[in-house]
Design a protein. Sequence first.
Length: 247
Amino acid sequence: MGKVNREPFDNAAFLAAEGPGRSISNFLPKHNFFSQGDAAHSVYYLQAGRAKLTAISKRGKEATVTLLAPGDFFGEESIAGAGTRRTVTASAITACRILKIATAELLRVFEAEHKLSSFFLKFIVVRGIRTQADLIDQLFNSSERRLARTLLMMAEYGEPGKPEAKIPRVTQTALAEMIGSTRSRVSFFMNRFRKCGYIDYNGGIRVHKSLLNAVLHDKLPEENSSRPKLLDPAPSKARTAKRAKLA
């Protein structure tokens, strides 16, 4: 008997359709796909819509960890093994279409189809790089620059294809949580971005390429330009003497 030629595995087809251990569901905004602390038994793939991952501290403070776009996996902690718990809550920002894959089925396909396992591994590596970049951004950049970078990522500047014309509705509070600032500062920066022509901001947010150029060429307005500079107090005899002892 001749050898049967099997069709090459198609990642896109696998992630677009239901099958053994895979189901597709549609959800309305604000729906929770899973909650922090839940048992982790499956991995999710966002086919359409926008979603977010949030975490709550032991003191009850909630923070947005990251936003999700079509083509993102989430809930991958379930691969760590039995007894794993969700470390975040995943919820819909807009109407979403989700592919839910049972962990056991996904691991079986990984073993049989290295094309999918390589695709998934690349996604995890890219997400790790992005998380590292977010941490560096948080440590070294101003809150205004962090906000600009977040808006550009949400508009998918730098991704293949055309950037989104409009960012799905997101609150200033959520943006503040993502960049480690306050809602009032986010409001101040958003108004300034609008005056500079970097964004259109009237309920929804439309990001222009001029914001990308401003970030790349380090031409954002000074973060504290609206604040008065603090001057050193006039030197006193006691202060001068104290400095002389330290010298």
